[in-house]
Design a protein around this ligand. Structure first.
Ligand SMILES: C[S@@+](CC[C@H](N)C(=O)[O-])C[C@H]1O[C@@H](n2cnc3c(N)ncnc32)[C@H](O)[C@@H]1O
Length: 200
């Protein structure tokens, strides 16, 4: 995190969506489930000058930490919003890039999150997400366990289901790249994926 002057901040993500997003100066970025804010702060640097990075999180503790990190990084073009990723508090067609790092799998209604991402993106805007996906079916017992939900495992869905939700929302040609896998013997298999798609 030296790029933003934070050497001791924590990421709970499963990839690097800011690299995936190919951000450019002047762009507006939104990070769904921004946590401590690291991807927002990296994005704010990359869209400067003229751009802005928003982080959205539902947890007061994470928002406080993110605001502290922003102040320490002395960034003026980053804003943290409180709310649910299933009901994004931004207007239609207001964002160039939606990023997210290991959060959409946690949402109960992933279809709603993807529809909301589509709504706030401008036409031609892009989605660049790191997320966990289910590669081999997980046992129903595991799916019910809250601790593995919090660990980004039991909320995962198969790539085909993820792709269908993106296409149903209106996204063009979703692309999935699995960059790490984890086998859970007798339970199933999950992977970390980079997911890219564009709003028509
Ligand atoms: C696994 S952490 C990832 C944080 C961050 N993206 C990172 O890479 O470090 C999940 C974050 O998403 C937030 N979150 C989970 N579900 C959410 C929801 N439905 N709406 C808004 N925030 C949510 C949590 O509060 C937490 O900060």
């Amino acid at each position: 995190m030296k790029e933003i002057g934070l050497t001791d901040a924590v990421s709970l993500g499963c990839g690097n969506p800011t690299m995936l997003a190919d951000l450019k100066p002047g762009e507006i970025v939104l990070d769904l489930g921004s946590g401590a804010g690291l991807d927002v702060l990296l994005s704010a640097r990359r869209v400067s000058p003229g751009g802005h990075a928003y982080g959205l999180d539902m947890t007061d503790e994470m928002l406080e930490l993110a605001n502290r990190n922003r102040d320490r990084a002395r960034l003026k073009n980053a804003t943290f919003l409180k709310g649910s990723i299933e009901s994004i508090p931004l207007p239609d067609d207001s964002v160039d890039v939606v990023i997210s790092n290991c959060v959409i799998n946690l949402a109960e209604d992933k279809g709603a999150v993807i529809r909301e991402a589509y709504r706030v993106l401008r036409p031609g805007g892009r989605l660049a997400v790191a997320d966990m996906v289910e590669l081999e079916p997980l046992s129903s017992e595991l799916k019910q366990r809250l601790d593995s939900w919090a660990g980004c495992i039991s909320g995962t869905i198969p790539i085909d289901e993820y792709r269908a939700a993106l296409v149903t929302a209106g996204f063009d040609e979703p692309d999935f790249e699995v960059h790490a896998t984890q086998s859970l013997p007798g339970v199933g298999k999950v992977g970390s994926a980079y997911i890219r798609a564009r709003k028509r």
